[in-house]
Design a protein around this ligand. Structure first.
Ligand code: PLP
Length: 284
């Protein structure tokens, strides 16, 4: 694969980053994942805007213009011949050549890394036809989950807990209320009403969430942005998650409790279809 590191394209085998990089030593960095469908980028604008916000919240200098970033995404998609897949982008605070809790001098250049992942069949996923089974786990992450940092250890552990339980993913619960999935936003459906947690520091402000809620409202579906408990979720008619890499994913079971008839729900399936249609049309 061709990858991009700090202004240069190169084979992945030649790409290097300092062992003192704060991304490596302290998870001091942010990331974005943008889907590619039909060789085009899905919601690049949304990801670029959130990236700028994440960097600003952490006082990391924004090292690359939106136009250049778009060009790097497109060049990697071209070079690696990605029809369906992902572009991963990571920006860390870099390093001034030693380990220190204090941030380095503000002139220290951030580290910018991008690579692609080829995922044929991403849109037509068998997992979406089956629906996901989730377990619930306690949410013990830090208090700024609205910043898309590379601190992904607990979500990774959550994913492993789910796998060990024979499930696909975990929903995290704080004070009885669902925050989000390990790498997606969480929704339940009651009748025609879609319920998802309101925005705040407790969850990531999903790019896919924003688009899906817009499409739901345009389709005259009722949307309620509020907290819901894990017990309310288990009693819901259906449930689903959203993320840039899995789009709209029906959830068919929570902690062993089947939702509805245990197959992907009508609302989730319709939203997945609308989302993919609309976003393919708007792709760049
Ligand atoms: N919540 C968390 C914790 C995530 O890691 C992600 C995506 O990686 C999401 C939600 C979904 O966000 P988006 O739709 O922007 O991919």
């Amino acid at each position: 694969r061709t990858v991009y590191v700090n202004g240069e394209y190169m084979p992945e085998t030649e790409a290097t980053v300092s062992i003192f990089d704060r991304g490596f030593l302290m998870a001091d960095g942010v990331y974005e994942v943008t889907s590619v469908l039909g060789g085009k980028l899905i919601d690049f604008e949304g990801h670029a805007v959130r990236l700028a916000r994440s960097l600003a919240e952490l006082e990391i200098a924004h090292p690359i213009s939106k136009e250049d970033l778009l060009e790097v995404h497109r060049e990697l998609v071209r070079a690696n011949e990605i029809d369906e897949g992902l572009v991963y982008l990571q920006i860390t605070r870099g390093s001034d050549g030693d380990r220190d809790f204090a941030f380095p001098d503000p002139d220290t250049p951030p580290t910018v890394v991008l690579f692609t992942q080829n995922k044929p069949g991403l849109a037509d996923s068998p997992a979406a036809k089956r629906g996901a089974k989730v377990i619930s786990i306690e949410d013990i992450r830090w208090g700024r989950r609205d910043i898309k940092t590379v601190q992904l250890l607990y979500p990774s552990m959550g994913k492993m807990m789910a796998k060990k339980a024979g499930c696909d993913d975990a929903w995290m619960v704080e004070d009885g209320f669902v925050t989000e999935g390990t790498s997606n936003n969480a929704y339940i459906v009651k009748g025609n009403r879609i319920i998802t947690r309101h925005l705040g520091n407790e969850i990531l402000h999903g790019i896919t969430r924003a688009a899906v809620l817009r499409f739901a409202r345009e389709a005259q579906m009722e949307v309620e942005e509020r907290s819901f408990t894990i017990d309310e979720a288990k009693a819901a008619d259906e449930a689903f998650t959203t993320s840039a890499s899995a789009f709209v994913m029906p959830v068919v079971e929570i902690d062993g409790v089947a939702l509805g008839d245990g197959t992907p729900g009508r609302v989730a399936s319709r939203l997945r279809e609308i989302y993919l249609d609309e976003m393919r049309r708007a792709a760049v």
